[in-house]
Design a protein around this ligand. Sequence first.
Ligand code: IMP
Ligand code: MG
Length: 176
Amino acid sequence: MADKIRVLLNEEQVAQTIAKLAEQISQDYKGKEIHLICVLKGGVFFTCELAKRIHVPVSIDFMSVSSYGAGMSSSGVVKIVKDLDESITGKEVLIVEDIIDSGRTLSYLMKMLRQRNPASIKLCTMLDKPERRVVEDVVVDYVGFHIPDKFVVGYGLDYNQKYRNLPYIGVVEQEE
Ligand code: IMP
Ligand code: MG
């Protein structure tokens, strides 16, 4: 069964929004250095495009997390598959995510990273599905797009590991 992908946000819309976010971030962090934390794998495309357009000094590190199986996901416990290479103590940390859905992953991640005493910690997501939020303590500092409760792919986001490479964001519509 082939999947049909309907374009939700085209390449140009995404590029324009990332440029705006990068400008805002550059203003907000004027005179400082930003330590970007890319959440693998979905955050990779967004992190690269954002980082290229930020004009204050930037360093980048990567982290990979996975939620425990479906039955346990409501506990909000996530497993660290790959931890950061470098210490974040004293750094201006900006977490870069592809999408915030329930908010469980980010809530857990932020709590864990705060214990490592960064100078500051903020959150930037390309997409946000506010209708789906179950964890209320996630404050998102920078949002690219608020989107409806639809399963989306492209620009790093996958459906069974496929479609991450699409240069736009689309909705998967399964053909009958
Ligand atoms: P949360 O903990 O429910 O906020 O889960 C967020 C994670 O679920 C994201 O980082 C994605 O990996 C995945 N996810 C949530 N919604 C979508 C979607 O629409 N398409 C692809 N992945 C999604
Ligand atoms: Mg993700």
